[in-house]
Design a binder for this molecule. Structure first.
Ligand SMILES: *[C@@H]1O[C@H](CO)[C@@H](O)[C@H](O)[C@H]1NC(C)=O
Ligand SMILES: *[C@@H]1O[C@H](CO)[C@@H](O)[C@H](O)[C@H]1NC(C)=O
Ligand SMILES: *[C@@H]1O[C@H](CO)[C@@H](O)[C@H](O)[C@H]1NC(C)=O
Length: 160
């Protein structure tokens, strides 16, 4: 019985392993200062890189929408991503605006609703456009992690 259950567990793990997180990262990722995809690192032997200039993160005020910031992530085709905003002191801040048809959905970090977003499907994309609401007009930094393929991930993507 135990043996059977163990085998089922292993099979389940392998099944998950093959597809990783096709429908987005778990919310625990956005409470990690480096937003490292630990599952990929620990179970898929993925190699992590710091961003040099493979990926670009930019933000600007959304035209005609006070308090709303447009954020874009671009670069070589990638499957997965996470973007969040935090104060320089590392508290997640503000909230992303996600509609039902989006290619991404919100993550709830440290019980902050919509504090980050992640992909909803594993199709390759080379740019993502997001809207974020600044709740207190404070200092904030955007940060992204990208998973180009299952073998690699790129962390510490900041605005340049
Ligand atoms: C993990 O990846 C490294 C670097 O790509 C490789 O040298 C190593 O053989 C891999 N280990 C396993 C267990 O697949
Ligand atoms: C990223 O850079 C930091 C600081 O230089 C370093 O400590 C860390 O090991 C690097 N991480 C990766 C995945 O290369
Ligand atoms: C941000 O402001 C909106 C609108 O006032 C509010 O509903 C939301 O809870 C706030 N979010 C955070 C993270 O403070």
């Amino acid at each position: 019985m135990n043996r059977m259950m163990t085998m089922c567990g292993v099979a389940a793990l392998l099944a998950v392993g093959v597809t990783a997180y096709p429908t987005g990262a778990p919310s625990s990722v956005c409470d990690d200062p480096f937003m490292e995809p630990t599952y990929h690192r620990d179970y898929l032997n993925a190699t992590g890189y710091n961003n040099t200039n493979q990926y670009t993160l930019r933000s600007s005020p959304a035209e005609g929408r006070p308090g709303i910031v447009e954020v874009t992530l671009t670069g070589a085709p990638f499957k997965g991503f996470v973007v969040r905003a935090s104060t320089p002191g590392e508290n997640n801040e503000g909230e992303f605006i996600v509609d039902e048809d989006s290619q991404f959905h919100a993550l709830h970090c440290s019980s902050n609703e919509n504090a980050a977003v992640t992909h909803s499907s594993p199709e390759f994309k080379s740019s993502v456009k997001l809207l974020w609401r600044d709740n207190n007009s404070g200092n904030h930094v955007f940060q992204a992690t990208v998973v180009p393929t299952i073998e690699t991930y790129v962390i510490n993507i900041f605005e340049s």
